[in-house]
Write a protein that binds this ligand. Structure first.
Ligand code: URA
Length: 272
């Protein structure tokens, strides 16, 4: 049975994910929250008296069925479409682009924000960078449909007026406003491994200020899931040097290893 603390954290997370920023609490609740905060600072555990269990009803009511991953994602997609924290900024465009792929994927790839083509097709990574990503996945022996592909920011950042095909990276405020959504997607999917594509994705997921070069080459963690940070495919489109392509491929080989995928000699030696 979940503890009072777990239930409280779950309810508060749910409210925050729904865009709520303030909450009225009575004196009792304030006292409990204060105790938890002080205990967290001291690094000790507060024992909260367990709620007195309600007497068993004579006939057990049907247990509320656990939501499936698909249902959780559908709920998140609906919430995202009207995500107040993002809308309030007034700097993101109207169309919400959610995610694509397999809700039961072991590999989740997270980019920064939709661009022109993604907004038009309402699907992440379908423009030039997306086509390169699909090729990279193919080289790993994976199809797009087998993985889960999403973005930290669910709206194309606005550049004002008619911005044509121009795109800009999301600001820290835009990343922060949308990050509860990607966090909830991670909790729903529980992938075995996440790849952050580019610095904005790493900032949104890991809360770091460091860039890709400093973050590459190590396993990091987001909500208990191993994370590998690598270059955004659009960086490779701009910078077609062998060393950049080799670096991204080495990151992907580490991901394949983490996932226990077979690695052929050809894959191992692509850029050698
Ligand atoms: N770049 C991203 O980061 N995400 C997309 O969906 C497309 C391009």
């Amino acid at each position: 049975m979940p503890t009072l603390k777990q239930l409280a954290v779950e309810s508060l997370t749910h409210l925050v994910e729904g865009g709520q920023e303030r909450l009225a609490v009575d004196d009792d609740a304030r006292g409990i929250l204060r105790e938890w905060m002080l205990a967290a600072r001291r690094g000790t555990q507060v024992v909260v008296p367990a709620p007195v269990p309600a007497p068993e009803p004579a006939v057990a009511p049907a247990a509320a069925p656990e939501m499936s991953v698909e249902q959780k994602l559908e709920l998140l997609r609906t919430k995202a479409a009207d995500w107040k924290a993002a809308r309030r900024l007034g700097t993101l465009r109207e169309t919400m682009v959610f995610a694509v792929g397999n809700p039961h994927a072991r590999l989740m790839l997270v980019g920064e924000a939709p661009g022109y083509e993604e907004e038009r097709q309402r699907e992440p990574f379908v423009g030039p960078a997306g086509q390169l990503l699909t090729k990279i996945l193919g080289a790993m022996g994976l199809k797009r449909e087998e993985v889960y592909i999403s973005n930290v920011c669910k709206f194309r950042p606005s550049m004002g007026g008619n911005q044509g095909t121009a795109n800009r990276p999301p600001s820290p405020e835009e990343l922060a406003a949308c990050s509860p959504l990607i966090m909830a997607e991670i909790r729903a999917i529980q992938p075995a491994c996440i790849v952050c594509l580019g610095g904005s994705s790493a900032k949104g997921l890991l809360g770091t200020q460091q860039g890709v070069n400093a973050l590459r080459g190590q396993w990091l963690e987001c909500q208990g899931v191993p994370v590998r940070v690598t270059y955004h495919p659009s960086y490779l489109l701009r910078n077609e040097t062998l060393s950049a392509r080799r670096a991204l491929w080495e990151d992907m080989l580490c991901v394949m290893q983490k996932l226990g995928m077979p690695i052929s000699e050809k894959q191992q030696n692509y850029f050698r």
